[in-house]
Design a protein around this ligand. Structure first.
Ligand SMILES: [Zn+2]
Length: 303
């Protein structure tokens, strides 16, 4: 059973709903997103896994994507798949299959280099190349972009202008929480336009309780915390904030049998491997308990 942080009263979902005028709630679908990368490509493993040797690792992403597409199909939902260009080039049939099933194809950059470690020119080449690869293979237009490890921030002020100039129409590259690896605590929690580009940034889901901003948009927190936390938060975002929520996960998060990377520091090891065997079941509940669609559809008034 989930308990809120001390000092915060736990409001049951039913009460949360009954306190809100039905006309004031957000009753549309939420946005379901998948960052399509394999287990050896995550940023936390970068010090331990040589990216020049990625192709020597056992590939698991195809089998995991089969299960995800089955899960989505069973629940009758569509979502947005942010593909690495590296993955798309090696598994073009998988990319085409995702597009053929009515999901949105979007960009996660070519090979998971964090934007904050690139200069403007390198970033431009990266996002141009990735968008071209995804469109050429899938035959559909790519509008959305998500930075590796939510790595757009104050140190990359040129990023949104570059995205707009290279044909993207939205970004979902901010996780507005305090976190050691990513996060922009001061960023707005909901869609906002960035700089001269006017490109909308659509942050992943968070909740704000008694001045504390807490994560609930997916990733390691979804695996670590009880499902009830995610359910309560998404209800709150819809009913109190009156906004659609953006949820994200990765194909490797449903794969308890993935090869273990050795030599990891304790924190990275815990975050990556905690509760992998329960994620698929939790996702099944999440897909049943809410209405889901692509980012493009959930935010069509904004993008
Ligand atoms: Zn990623």
């Amino acid at each position: 059973m989930w308990h809120p942080p001390s000092g915060i009263r736990k409001v049951p979902v039913t009460e949360l709903e009954s306190n809100v005028n039905p006309e004031d709630r957000y009753s549309g679908p939420n946005a379901l997103t998948v960052d399509v990368e394999d287990y050896f490509q995550v940023s936390a493993f970068a010090p331990y896994v040589d990216r020049n040797r990625w192709s020597t690792h056992e590939v698991r992403v195809e089998k995991n994507m089969d299960r995800i597409l089955e899960l989505f199909s069973h629940a009758g939902v569509t979502g947005t798949f942010f593909f690495l260009g590296w993955i798309a080039e090696r598994f073009p049939a998988m990319l085409r299959r995702v597009a053929e099933q009515g999901h949105e194809i979007a960009s996660h950059g070519y090979d998971h280099v964090q934007v904050c470690s690139q200069d403007e020119q390198a970033f431009r080449q990266d996002v141009e190349r990735t968008r071209r690869v995804l469109e050429d293979i899938s035959g559909v237009s790519v509008h959305g972009y998500r930075a590796a490890s939510f790595s757009i921030g104050p140190e990359t002020p040129w990023a949104y202008d570059v995205l707009a100039e290279t044909g993207h129409t939205y970004s979902s590259s901010i996780n507005p929480i305090r976190h050691d690896r990513y996060g922009a605590r001061e960023a707005p929690r909901f869609p906002h336009n960035k700089d001269s580009a006017g490109l909308p940034e659509l942050p992943v889901a968070t909740v704000e309780l008694s001045g504390m901003r807490l994560p609930c948009g997916g990733g390691g927190f979804f695996r670590l915390l009880p499902y009830a936390w995610s359910k309560w938060c998404i209800h709150r975002i819809n009913n109190v904030d009156r906004q659609p929520a953006i949820f994200y996960f990765h194909p490797w998060e449903i794969d308890d049998a993935q090869p273990k990377i050795t030599g990891l520091d304790a924190r990275s090891k815990f975050r990556h491997y905690v509760n992998l065997k329960h994620t698929e079941k939790k996702l099944g509940r999440l897909l049943q308990d809410f209405s889901w669609t692509t980012v493009k559809d959930a935010f069509k008034g904004v993008i």
